[in-house]
Ligand binder design. Structure first.
Ligand SMILES: C[C@H](O)[C@H](O)CC(=O)C(=O)O
Ligand SMILES: [Mg+2]
Length: 395
């Protein structure tokens, strides 16, 4: 089979939920007084949008091959991501063969090292990489998971992230992860409220359902240790997530030594590349790695991160990212379950995670998803034509 080459790459922005899932309207649980690194400033405490969490918007990368096949992806990146794709990365993509994924990744990463390594540049590289995997799989008329070695189990099992683990339990999920609402700046009173919320949820879900807390980079080691100890010993918390700044590898190592036996420490959604995750692994920062495939470097990098984690005996449970995660998780032994982010404003029903930007996006039913739901070519999704695309830097 002669492989098509890449004719054109285009980058667009899109607003309103979807891949930038924090870009939601008023009244959504995801923006309701959540503890953040900015919570020490009272004026930025009530809403994450108040300090600009939704400034980026969605980045759509579209890659067209010489045979007319089009691969695409969505991630967080907006106009800045578009600029990086069109002004810098396009030179490594256009003219290459659709099979040149590894080489293109290496060129994108090394050419941006002087201003990249993490953050928006890696989000953008991830977006290009996901679009390349979508394209190659479509050219081959196979789902992406087939290119990754194929499913190792018949179905995916999900825990739900949202404000209502009690409803998630009724919907068939294996656990519920809640955002922490109060940070260290709200002192003892805030700590008490955090534990009261957990106590209330434990009473609602019973003793066996997994409950987790997502601290979104907002705590210090001392506070996190106190919270984790009480939450585990009194309310059976399963894991404490992203308790500290992603730059504080030393703090994570200390926290992991401090927490009660049986409580898992998870982190990694704001980490990128095999080198970032190598630090988390070698410094024994956590029990579960949570790379976001739309931010950590794409599928090409997630393969490496996952293999590294496997050799260290660690689980990889990717952060969010809908179909881009599902196609990976179904192929890995050390990813035994997946995350589902509840994007309904009150977390009271299952809606597609990247709603409304994608069409044909599969959702868990009774907390599960059959491998066969992922059998369409590529990542199996289409861009919703009702969402208005904008191309800020056309060439
Ligand atoms: C709920 C968290 O604050 C965040 O919005 C999502 C996240 O970190 C996760 O799903 O994990
Ligand atoms: Mg998280």
């Amino acid at each position: 089979m002669s492989m098509p080459t890449i004719k054109h790459v285009r980058a667009f922005t899109l607003r309103g939920g979807g891949a930038d899932y924090h870009d939601q309207a008023d009244g959504h649980w995801i923006d309701d007084h959540i503890s953040t690194p900015m919570s020490k400033y009272p004026e930025y405490r009530q809403s994450r949008r108040s300090f600009g969490l939704n400034v980026l918007g969605t980045l759509v990368v579209e890659i067209e091959a010489s045979d007319g096949t089009v691969g695409f992806s969505v991630t967080t990146g907006g106009d800045l991501g578009c600029w990086i794709v069109e002004k810098h990365l396009a030179r490594f993509i256009e003219g290459a063969r659709v099979t040149d994924i590894e080489k293109i990744w290496d060129q994108m990463y090394n050419a941006t090292l002087f201003y990249g390594r993490k953050g928006i540049v890696l989000n953008t590289i991830s977006g290009v990489d996901l679009a390349l995997w979508d394209l190659l799989a479509k050219v081959r008329k196979e789902p992406v998971h087939a290119l990754l070695g194929g499913p190792v189990r018949d179905e995916l099992t999900f825990y739900a992230t949202g404000a209502r683990p009690d409803l998630a339990k009724e919907m068939g999920f294996i656990g519920g992860k809640m955002p922490l609402h109060h940070g260290p700046a709200e002192r003892e009173e805030g700590l008490k409220k955090n534990l009261e919320m957990l106590a209330d949820m434990r009473a609602k879900v019973g003793s066996d359902f997994w409950l987790m807390l997502d601290c979104w980079m907002s705590l210090d080691v001392e506070y996190a240790t106190r919270l984790a100890t009480a939450a585990r010993n009194e309310f059976g918390l399963k894991w404490i997530e992203e308790a500290l700044s992603p730059d504080d590898y030393w703090g994570y190592a200390e926290l992991r030594r401090n927490v009660p036996r049986g409580l898992l420490v998870s982190t990694g959604e704001h980490e990128a590349t095999r080198w970032g995750f190598r630090l988390l692994l070698e410094m024994e920062c956590c029990d579960i790695l949570q790379p976001d495939v739309g931010w950590c470097g794409g599928i090409t990098e997630l393969i490496k991160i996952s293999n590294l984690a496997d050799a260290h005996g660690k689980l990889v449970v990717p952060h969010g990212s809908s179909v881009y995660s599902y196609h990976f998780v179904i192929t890995r032994h050390n990813s035994p379950f997946a995350e589902f982010l509840m994007m309904a404003p009150k977390a009271d029903e299952v809606v597609p995670m990247f709603n409304p930007q994608l069409l044909d996006e599969p959702v868990p039913v009774n907390g599960r998803m059959k491998a066969s739901a992922l059998d369409a070519p590529g990542f199996g999704v289409r861009l919703n034509p009702d969402c208005a695309l904008y191309r800020p830097f056309p060439r």
